[in-house]
Each structure stands twice: as structure tokens, then as C-alpha cells.
Design a protein around this ligand. Structure first.
Ligand code: BES
Ligand code: ZN
Length: 849
């Protein structure tokens, strides 16, 4: 092995069990801790290095089985987030008990053990303390071996105020008032697990009655005033736990499962074993008053974190380079579970957006492979991105479909069984998959996971019509790449009599010939749409696609539109090729397929001049008007949720970019009627109506929306109206939104997202960007550095050259290491869009015609 770098811990001593007792003092934002750690000393040593950050170690001692005790001397290595404990004599190999008494602070920075103060429904302040340890912030909670490979069991006790509830990873063993009037809650011993999964939550929580799934009690916890919003999550949590127990055939690894909502939360949710934590809007929901997308989001997040109980908690990556083993699997499993439980939502089609965003990043030179070296732990932050989650999830879906769902399931069960309670590398996964499936999984998957980018598969019909030849080249927006993949191909061949034939194979370096029957009517490459690649058809095959359209699934239609648009962005296809497809969408009833196109129209809108913008609006009305007229404003009883969603998508397009006066007027009327209590408005239409109202909104509309934000009764409504304020177009109102978004009135977790939304509004981008520059250091003090990514992504869509240059120069002179790659990707993508704008300027009218 290479020499151990200073930020990694030696394996000469390793923890086996942690006994932690922690007493938070919420009003004073600090905590006291005592860690008794059973460690195995593997070679004689006189010094130990472990991790700790912002902890004051007050007393450190160690004793062996014989009771011999040594007192340690501590020195801090702040740079490496370590403490060095020197012992007065040598420690012999064997088991020792290390005891550390320490003090820590409860920050407000949403990492480690942190505190949040929120205003309760009755106006009082609610104090909550919670942990967020992934990736390397467990070292802010207790001193220890904070690397995923050092698995140990935990016995945790929390000492809290009598009125406070306490949660941790395992079941409560005892709960007693001590002589000081404090409540001491002790929890059972966990399985051996990584430190990043430790959870502590303390606050005035209300918890649902446990629902038993076999031996496992499942509960949902919310702060006061929110417990009426837990039913949906409870059902979803129970259903997914049952689903995964069945799918894996391996018992859930914890002894209970709590899902706890935290009012301020840096990520979306976190898979702490037995004690999953969430931001409120991803757990607490009113199923009657929320949209199908909001409901499916909650169900997906719950499924995602529940899947981690096996992928991540039971079997864990050895180091952060393997984080895709956690996150890609959880993403894939989340979709599998929700698809099984709620096929009506069609989660795989919804996921088309995720896959398409991953493909967009993966078309850049600044992309990276799914698995990527991570040295310092801080580098791991940049791994939680579209490539890990969405590309990773997509290539797993591709593999599942290639092997067949049952072979795939058996193989990963084998992998989990073989590695339970242990740590793995990606290569362990290939071993397990190959030994069960007897397929060359490793070589195929390494081409997708270890190599950046993805292919464009080109399909060409031979002159005699006897065969279609498939070849691949790397898809890039800019400079060509020379990657090659083992591409699992499924070709659908439509026959003149209405039948269909399917041909499967693996396309490698050499062309693949697919024989065509005489009565071939059309060809769909990537049948099913699960291949992570794009397709370019030659003219003859492209021409026949119109006959194939009625046979295509929504995922395939999405992919077709996305492939053509990507070709336009890359300069490989003229815009009219996309416009022609768009014009054919008048009967399109899938909301996600509309979602493939609306961002492209929005980009064109920001490129267009005033005259061209009117032509673009007319195009949008031609596309969306007829179906919207047919569907009408009011949901039909028993209607498919996807039809309900498409109504919202059309209405939004017509009322904003489409400049449809009738729709705008009706939206305003219904919105006011809804607020006044005289009009019903279906939940799935609320966000679209809010967008339309904001788009042409007046100061009065702003005030109303702001009041709705302040008085929101559910976390989803709070988000809806807060982010709705980002959609105003009047400069004075944009200024008001901007001032609000810059203020500390917002929850910390929402600030960067809100500013990012405003940056994405073309009417607001310049003003918002200037404000971000002006407040840069203040924002840096307030927000986690990672959140600055929200300020980078929208820059990709700045087509105003002056503004783009300004943002570019700013990022160059104000680099932030953690988001370096995200910034490079946004800036590279901006150049792609700027080049598109350059090609289209002054020619849009003619091209849209
Ligand atoms: N393990 C992550 C949470 C996380 C992300 C911790 C980044 C530290 C850094 C969790 O399982 C997760 O993936 N959460 C997602 C939501 C999920 C449904 C995609 C998130 O937080 O965005
Ligand atoms: Zn995850």
C-alpha cells in the first residue's frame, strides 16, 4: 500500500465499541460528552491519532483488562482535524478502554451536532438539536475514528431536559429522571456501523404510535403543530420497508426505524441507521392539499433513505471514492420501490429529467467518471452530484434491464450478503454480479463507471434496406472525445403489419449490423429508453420515426426530444429539426415529455429579441393551446394523475412564455378566488398558477404571495410561495424578492436555493448576480460553502455576454475549492449556450416559423 497521507488514520489501533453519553445545553448552544471507547491495539504504541474538530478534550485516560490506567496528553492538529494522544508508557497489543471527557459547541451551521431555533405555531421559539455527520462531521460530535472503514457498534445515552424527546440510532432501553431533574435516555447497542451514520436528535418532538413491520417499529417524528402531517410518510415508510425486506430477503439491519423532520437541514435527508432525518418539506405533507409531484417526492426520499439501510448502512464503501455504491444504488432502489408501490406516478419517466441533466453535465469536458479518486475528505463533497446519483442510478437501471430484473436482484442480494457489516470497493460489486449472473459485467460496467462521458449511437440504414448499422462515438457539445463503451443495445423494429421485433446486443468498438426484415416500417434504437446514450438516426430512419411515435413510451419520446435538442446545442443539428418535433406535440399527454421541452423554450426566450419572443409565444400557444382547451381548467373525477399534471404544465407554459391573455386572466381570477375561499383550485395547479400570477404580477400580488408564505400551513405551501416570489418580472418587485432572499428572515436551508431560483429568472439575473457579488463575504459567513453551488448552476443559462463574463471573472477571482468542478461545469455549459445564442441571434424568427 502507498504511504498513508497525514489526513488518514493509522490502523494500528481501531475502535470496536463506542459508549457515548452526551448532554446538550440548547439555550447555551453547547454540549458535554463522555466517550468510552473499546479499542483494539494491534501493535505496541505510545501514541494514538484520532479525529476531532471543535471539541475540547478535558480528560483522556486508557485502561487495560487488568485495570492498569494511563492518563493521556492531548495535542490538536487543527489542519488535519485530528487529535494526537500521547501516553506516558507503551500500550501492549490487546483490548483497551479509552475514556474521553469533552465539551463541544452546538453551531447553527447544520453540520456536526447543531442547533436550530424556529418560531413555533404559537409564536414561541422551539429549540432543536440534531446531528448531520456525513461525510466527516461525526468528529464534531465525538472524538473517534471518523473514516467509513472503522466500523464499530455504539451504545448511546442522551441527557436532556424533562420535556424534551431524544432520538438516536437504536431502541430506547431506559428513560429516567436523574437526581438533577434531567431526563437520561439510554439506547440499545447498534450493529457495527460507520461513524457518519450516528444520529442524535433532541427537542420537543411528537411521535406517531409505532407501526410494526415484523419486529421493527416504524415511527414519524415532527415538532409541535406538525404531527397531523405525518400519515402519508408513515404509510410510505411502512410500505417501503416491507418492499425492501422482500426485495433483499435480508432483514432490516436496525432494531427500530424513526423518520424525523428537522426544521433546518443542509441536505435533503440523511440515512442514519434507524434514525433517518429529513428537511420538513420532504417528510411532512398533507396528501389532500399537495400535488402528485410533491407526494411522489416525499415517497421517493423515504424510499431512498430506507434503501440506504442496506446499501450504505449494512454494507458500506471503504472510502469516499466509492460513494456511488451508496448513492447510485439508493437512487436506483428508490425508483424501483416507488414504481412498484405507485405505478400511477410513473417514477421512471419522472427520472428522465434526472438522467437528462446528468447527460448534459456528462457532455462537457469538465465532467468526471462516476467513480473518482478522493484524497482529502473535503474532496468527497464534490462527489454528491448528478454524476454519482443520476448517472450512477441510470447505469444501474441499464444493467438491471440488461441482466434481467431477477438476475440483477439475486446478484446484488449476493453482494449484500457477502459483505454485510463490512466495507467494499466497486470491484467487490462486479465480483458478486459476475459470479451470480455469469455475464461479463465487470468490463461492461467499468466502461460506464470508470470512464467519463457517454456515447452517441449512430444508426444508418444500408442502401438496399437490408440492415441497419450501428456505430458509436463519444457525445460532446464541444471538442470531440475518444471514449468507447460497451453499449447494451435494444433495437425495436416495427413491421408493416403493425408487429414488432426486438434485437439485443452489445455494441463495442466495431460496428454492429442489425438485419432488417423486408417489411420494416421503422426502427427505434434504445427501445425502452434505459440506455445511457443518445441516438442519431440517418435521414431515412429519422423520417420513419413519425410512424414510430405512436408506439413510443413516454421515456422514449422524452429521449428523442432530448437527443435532438442536445444535437442542436452541440451545433450538430439545425433548430428547425427540434421545432418540427415540438409542433407535433399537440396531442402529447405526458407531463414529463412537456418537461423535456419547456426549459429549451425558456432558453430560446432569453436569446430572443422582442419580435422573436412574440413568435416564440405563438409557437408555445400552437403547441399547448389545443390540448389545454380540451382538458379544461377543472380536473375530472377519477382522472389519471399524469393528465392532472399535464394540465398544470400546459397552463404554466401558456400563461408565462406563451403570453396567453385568457389563461393569465383566468389564473389571476382563480388565484384570488382560491385565497378568498370562493374557488377551488386543484393542488397540482397551485404552483403553475402561482408561476403565472407572479409572471405578470403587481405589487398587490407580491404582498399576497408573501403573506401566503408567512401563513403557510404546510411545508410544501411555504416552499411554493417562497419560491413563487422568484417568478416576478417587474424590476421593483424583483428588488423586493431579492431583499427578502438576502435577509435572515428565510430559513438558512432555503436561502441559497431561493437566490439560485432568482438567478434563473432572466428578468432578475443581472440584479441578483450583482447583489450576490456585493454580499459575497456576508453570504460566505452565513451559508455552508457547498450551498454556493446554487449560485453557479444558473450561470450556465446566462446568454447576456456581459453578465456571463462578469460572473466568470468573479468565480475566477473568488474560487471555492469544494465547488470548483461544479463551477467549471457551469461555466463550460454557459459557453455551449452562448455559442447556441450566437448561432441563433437574428435568425430565430425564420427558424421558428
Ligand atoms: N446521504 C445523503 C445525504 C447527504 C448528501 C449527506 C450529501 C452529505 C452530503 C442522502 O442519502 C441523500 O442522498 N439525500 C438526498 C435526497 C435524496 C432523496 C436524493 C439529498 O440530500 O439531496
Ligand atoms: Zn442517498
Amino acid at each position: 500500500m502507498a504511504e498513508r497521507p497525514p489526513y488518514r488514520l493509522a490502523h494500528t489501533v481501531a475502535p470496536k465499541h463506542y459508549q457515548l453519553e452526551i448532554e446538550p445545553d440548547l439555550p447555551n448552544s453547547r454540549f458535554k460528552g463522555r466517550a468510552v471507547i473499546e479499542v483494539e491495539v494491534r501493535e505496541r504504541l505510545q501514541e494514538m491519532v484520532l479525529n476531532a474538530v471543535d471539541l475540547t478534550l478535558e480528560h483522556v485516560s486508557i485502561k487495560d483488562a487488568g485495570g492498569q490506567e494511563l492518563i493521556g496528553t492531548v495535542s490538536y492538529n487543527t489542519e488535519e482535524e485530528q487529535v494526537d494522544i500521547a501516553w506516558p508508557g507503551e500500550l501492549a497489543p490487546g483490548m483497551w478502554e479509552l475514556t474521553i471527557e469533552y465539551q463541544g459547541v452546538l453551531g447553527s451551521d447544520m453540520r456536526g451536532f447543531y442547533r436550530t431555533a424556529v418560531e413555533g405555531k404559537d409564536g414561541s421559539t422551539v429549540l432543536i438539536a440534531a446531528t448531520q455527520c456525513e461525510q466527516t462531521d461525526a468528529r464534531r460530535v465525538f472524538p473517534g475514528w471518523d473514516e467509513p472503514e472503522f466500523k464499530a457498534s455504539f451504545s448511546i445515552a442522551l441527557v436532556v431536559e424533562p420535556h424534551e424527546a431524544a432520538f438516536s440510532n437504536a431502541r430506547e432501553l431506559s428513560n429516567v429522571l436523574d437526581e438533577r431533574g434531567k431526563r437520561r435516555v439510554t439506547f440499545a447497542r447498534t450493529i457495527p456501523m460507520s461513524t457518519y451514520l450516528v444520529a442524535l436528535v433532541v427537542g420537543p418532538y411528537e411521535t406517531t404510535e409505532p407501526v410494526m413491520v415484523g419486529e421493527v417499529p416504524v415511527r414519524i417524528a415532527a415538532r409541535p403543530g406538525f404531527s397531523h402531517l405525518t400519515d402519508f410518510a408513515e404509510t410510505a415508510a411502512v410500505d417501503t420497508l416491507k418492499y425492501f425486506q422482500q426485495y433483499f430477503g435480508i432483514s432490516y439491519p436496525g432494531d427500530k426505524l424513526d423518520h424525523v423532520a428537522i426544521p433546518e437541514f443542509a441536505a435533503g435527508a440523511m440515512e442514519n441507521l434507524g434514525c433517518v432525518t429529513y428537511r420538513e418539506e420532504l417528510l411532512l405533507i398533507d396528501p389532500e392539499k399537495s400535488s402528485p409531484i410533491e407526494r411522489s417526492n416525499v415517497a421517493e426520499v423515504i424510499a431512498h433513505e430506507t434503501a440506504h439501510m442496506w446499501f450504505g448502512d449494512l454494507v458500506t464503501m471503504r472510502w469516499w471514492n466509492g460513494i456511488w455504491l451508496n448513492e447510485a444504488f439508493a437512487t436506483f432502489m428508490e425508483l424501483l420501490a416507488v414504481d412498484a408501490l405507485h405505478p400511477e406516478w410513473d417514477p421512471w419517466t419522472i427520472f428522465s429529467h434526472g438522467r437528462s441533466m446528468a447527460m448534459a453535465v456528462d457532455s462537457l469536458e469538465s465532467t468526471r467518471p462516476v467513480e473518482f479518486p478522493v484524497n482529502r475528505p473535503v474532496e468527497a463533497w464534490a462527489m454528491f452530484d448528478l454524476l454519482t446519483y443520476q448517472k450512477g442510478g441510470s447505469v444501474l437501471r441499464m444493467l438491471e434491464q440488461f441482466l434481467g430484473p431477477e438476475t440483477f436482484r439475486k446478484s446484488i442480494v449476493h453482494y449484500l450478503q457477502r459483505n454485510r457489516y463490512a466495507n467494499t470497493e466497486t470491484s467487490d460489486l462486479w465480483d458478486a454480479l459476475e459470479s451470480t449472473s455469469h455475464q461479463p459485467v465487470r468490463s461492461m460496467m467499468e466502461s460506464w463507471v470508470l470512464q467519463p462521458g457517454y456515447p452517441l449511437v449512430q444508426a444508418k440504414l444500408s442502401a438496399d434496406g437490408q440492415r441497419v448499422t450501428l456505430t458509436q462515438k463519444q457525445f460532446r457539445y464541444g471538442k470531440p472525445g475518444d471514449g468507447a463503451w460497451q453499449v447494451p443495445i435494444t433495437v425495436g423494429i416495427g413491421l408493416a403489419d403493425g408487429g414488432e421485433k426486438t434485437v439485443r446486443g452489445i455494441l463495442g468498438d466495431t460496428p454492429m449490423d442489425v438485419p432488417m426484415p423486408d417489411n420494416m416500417a421503422w426502427v427505434i434504437v434504445n427501445r425502452g429508453g434505459w440506455g445511457f446514450y443518445r441516438t442519431a438516426y440517418d435521414e431515412k430512419l429519422a423520417h420513419r420515426l413519425s410512424d414510430a411515435l405512436p408506439k413510443m413510451t413516454a421515456i422514449e419520446r422524452y429521449q428523442l426530444l432530448d437527443d435532438v435538442w442536445a444535437a442542436v446545442q452541440a451545433g450538430d443539428a439545425p433548430l428547425p429539426r427540434a421545432v418540427q418535433l415540438w409542433r407535433g406535440m399537440t396531442e402529447e399527454r405526458d407531463p414529463d415529455v412537456w418537461g423535456a421541452v419547456t426549459p429549451n423554450l425558456t432558453l430560446l426566450e432569453s436569446i430572443a429579441d422582442d419580435g422573436e419572443r412574440m413568435i416564440l409565444a405563438k409557437l408555445a400557444r400552437d403547441m399547448a393551446g389545443p390540448l389545454f382547451a380540451q382538458l379544461g381548467w377543472n380536473p375530472k373525477p377519477g382522472e389519471d394523475v399524469r393528465v392532472a399534471r399535464v394540465r398544470g404544465a400546459l397552463l404554466r407554459l401558456l400563461g408565462t412564455l406563451g403570453a396567453d391573455d385568457a389563461v393569465r386572466e383566468e389564473a389571476g381570477k382563480r388565484w384570488r378566488g382560491f385565497l378568498g375561499g370562493t374557488e377551488q383550485l386543484a393542488p397540482e395547479l397551485l404552483t403553475p398558477v402561482v408561476n403565472v400570477v407572479a409572471h405578470g404580477g403587481t405589487a398587490e400580488d407580491w404582498d399576497t404571495m408573501y403573506a401566503e408564505y408567512k401563513n403557510a400551513k404546510t411545508p410544501q405551501d411555504e416552499q411554493r410561495y417562497l419560491f413563487g416570489l422568484a417568478g416576478f418580472t417587474d424590476p421593483d418587485l424583483i428588488r423586493r424578492t431579492l431583499d427578502l432572499y438576502l435577509s435572515t428572515e428565510l430559513r438558512l436551508q432555503n436561502g441559497p436555493i431561493a437566490l439560485g431560483r432568482l438567478l434563473g429568472n432572466r428578468h432578475a439575473s443581472a440584479m441578483t448576480w450583482e447583489a450576490i457579488e456585493a454580499h459575497w463575504s456576508e453570504l460566505q459567513e452565513r451559508f455552508p460553502v457547498r450551498a454556493f453551488e446554487y449560485f453557479a448552476m444558473p450561470v450556465a443559462f446566462f446568454v447576456d455576454e456581459e453578465l456571463a463574463a462578469r460572473a466568470r471573472a468573479w468565480f475566477e477571482s473568488h474560487p471555492i475549492e469544494v465547488i470548483e468542478r461544479a463551477v467549471a461545469q457551469a461555466l463550460e455549459f454557459q459557453k455551449v449556450n452562448a455559442a447556441l445564442a450566437h448561432r441563433l441571434r437574428g435568425r430565430l424568427a425564420e427558424m421558428l416559423g
